[in-house]
Design a protein around this ligand. Sequence first.
Ligand SMILES: [Ca+2]
Ligand SMILES: [Ca+2]
Ligand SMILES: [Zn+2]
Length: 222
Amino acid sequence: MKVEPTIKYGCRAHSTSGEAFTLLTPGAYIQPTDDGRILWHILNYTPDEDQSKTYNAFAQAVTIWQPAFPSTITLDSTSNPDEAHIKLYFVNENHPQYGDIFDGEDGTLALGFAPVEDEPLKGYILMDDGENWGDMHTPNTKDLLTVFLHELGHTFNLGHESRVRDAIMYPSYSGEKRQIHQDDIDGIQSIYGQFGPPRPGTSQPSGCLSFLVPFLALFGGV
Ligand SMILES: [Ca+2]
Ligand SMILES: [Ca+2]
Ligand SMILES: [Zn+2]
């Protein structure tokens, strides 16, 4: 019998029990550009892994999410952080603003922030560089792609899905997950189906209770 480590992602979401996917903030979504793009940008890199491998893992995570969206929306990279809806940022313990958010190895791995206007870190994925990151899960490394997939879900406004262990939005990390689940797709369709034809069998948004820790004391550019 496999014992799952008690490593948790650090999103600040609560879900009601017995529902399907949850949303971090009902009604919130990323407004695509006029030509239908949702843009992402990598602000910095971890010293743990080759930059190209980290970049490729993030690009792959985006590619895995893409089919969940209507065909009118394209997830695309940008070299301009100011226009990016989603920004990836690695935080080490000495960081002047965010150094106290994380907890070293294990515990919280990363934080993903919903696209809500009053959230200073909206669209940010903060990665705990107290972890040892890698391009696969090993006893000594945590898998970048798996965590990117999960945190991207939060930046799209998905909350946790505690009932479906194979969902990428399941709250705990227990090794590699390299795909998203129908439940994750249904969640994206409930948010972004407004931008294109919904897929057959798309669920309605579930009610959910969520809150974001505002990190107001940490507000500022990075
Ligand atoms: Ca940690
Ligand atoms: Ca590290
Ligand atoms: Zn999470």
